[in-house]
Design a protein around this ligand. Structure first.
Ligand code: XIL
Length: 451
């Protein structure tokens, strides 16, 4: 109160005691104007509360808040009918779960009251911690997948996986360094456990990845036999693995990340050195020979942001199609950021795949909220940007031709488990769930993208 009185005295001293807000006035008889607040979209939504704020209104010494169950504000939520509050932010609490509420606010100054603000609405989440509406897999008309680790196929992880997803990709346990750790010793312990879990629970498995330069076992990198022996060993590894999971693994990334980031050229690898530039097509043919029904993909990163790389990879795939080398789809790893790439760029890069009549997989989706490492905690604003980017990705995918739809795979469940923490070495929050298993705005963004 003291502060307000002093403030009024000061204003009085410069000769304009009752004018507030943006309107000009040249006389003391002019009616006073107090601007109405402009509310932002509510955030921090829980099953029983949400937070709403607005920029401070010059001259206001408080605000009146209305919360109703209808947009016309006839059915007020007690006690939120003109409830008085001194600051330009407010937490509405004691609400019902899974219910839509409408909020409006007025500025006040002594006995002056502004017009109503804009009306914002919000739906509280349901009591189990999930959002109202469908789980991701039910809301989507395509497969929704997640990268998993075998030791986390239980407890709360399992609960969320079974609720939200209908497909899994093994994050690293179906790569060559794990499945073929030493010469003559194929080890399917972890891949079997993963695939069996999925089969028992009715989820599809996307196999990832038979050949990847970054998951090549040391003994293969240092292979001591002839080139022919090397090629025979790779053929045997691919055919044994694909045959083992025939009918259980729906699709495979056969070769992963074969192209350099710049120059549109093939990456060098032990496979290329020992088997020649056509090592890739050999691997695709062996996969198809082992399982005529499995869907086979080429998968790579920076496909939206690096057009030269994308064109090189797509030219390879076109050439496969022309020459009858088996291939069914293309995976765009979607390791992206909250501010990049644009929706338009994602859209046109996706079209280049679907124009070829191939399946398109948005594989490995994670959206960095902190690419410049300027945050120590995930701010509401950045979480909103991230939500928007996830929404855009899903909107683009949802709009591709039906015959090209395969699925979107999210690269992990929750922020504290993302591979990006180690990869970039600084904090980030790129996934759909918080460390405590509560869902994020990004999760809402996924659902919004399907509307
Ligand atoms: C990453 C996994 O997330 C990590 O757990 C693992 O240690 C290394 O590989 N591109 C790919 C994925 O195709 O297989 C990578 O996954 C991430 C980049």
């Amino acid at each position: 109160m003291h502060i307000i009185l002093i403030r009024l005295l000061v204003i009085g001293a410069i000769g304009s005691p009752i004018l507030f807000g943006a309107c000009e006035s040249d006389g003391a008889d002019e009616p006073a104007v107090l601007m109405a607040p402009n509310l932002s979209a509510p955030t921090e939504v829980t099953a029983s509360s949400f937070f709403v704020d607005w920029p401070f209104i010059e001259g206001a010494d408080g605000y009146q808040i209305d919360v109703a169950r209808d947009e016309a504000f006839t059915d007020f939520v007690e006690p939120y009918q003109g409830i008085r509050h001194n600051f330009s932010e407010f937490t509405v609490s004691d609400l019902e779960p899974a219910t839509t509420y409408y909020v409006r606010v007025r500025s006040i100054s002594r006995d002056l009251v502004s017009d109503n603000s804009n009306v914002v609405s919000v739906t509280t989440i349901n009591a189990s911690g999930s959002e109202p509406g469908s789980p991701l897999k039910d809301a989507a008309e395509f497969s929704v997948g997640m990268a998993v680790q075998v030791n986390k196929l239980n407890g709360q992880h399992q609960e969320i996986l079974l609720r939200e997803y209908d497909q899994i990709t093994s994050e690293y346990e179906m790569k060559m360094n794990i499945m073929y750790p030493s010469e003559g010793n194929l080890d399917f312990t972890q891949s079997d456990a993963t695939v069996n879990w999925a089969v028992e629970n009715g989820l599809d498995v996307h196999g990832h990845a038979l050949i990847w330069h970054n998951a090549t076992p040391t003994w293969v990198e240092e292979f001591s036999g002839t080139d022919q022996e090397f090629e025979t060993m790779i053929e045997d590894y691919i055919k044994t693995t694909v045959t083992r999971y025939k009918g259980k693994v729906k699709s495979w990334d056969v070769v992963n990340e074969a192209f350099e980031d710049v120059g549109g050229v093939l990456r060098n690898s032990v496979f290329r050195e020992k088997m020649g530039d056509d090592y890739i097509e050999k691997c695709y043919r062996w996969t198809r020979e082992a399982d005529p029904d499995v869907l086979i993909f080429y998968n790579d990163y920076n496909m939206v942001t690096h057009p030269v790389k994308r064109t090189a990879a797509l030219n390879m795939v076109k050439d496969f199609l022309d020459r009858g080398v088996p291939i069914d789809g293309f995976g765009y790893q979607m390791h992206i950021s909250h501010d990049n790439p644009s929706k338009e760029a994602i859209e046109s890069a996706a079209k280049e795949v679907t124009d070829l009549g191939l399946l398109l997989h948005f594989s490995e989706l994670d959206v960095r909220a902190n690419p410049a490492n300027d945050l120590e905690v995930l701010t509401i604003q950045r979480a909103n940007y991230q939500q928007n980017k996830v929404r855009e990705v899903v909107e683009v995918y949802n709009a591709i031709p039906e015959e090209s739809k395969f699925g979107i795979t999210i690269w992990g469940m929750k922020d504290d488990e993302t591979w990006l923490l180690e990869f970039w070495g600084h904090p980030d929050w790129p996934l759909l769930y918080n460390a405590d298993f509560s869902f994020k705005r990004a999760h809402t963004g996924f659902l919004e993208g399907l509307e």
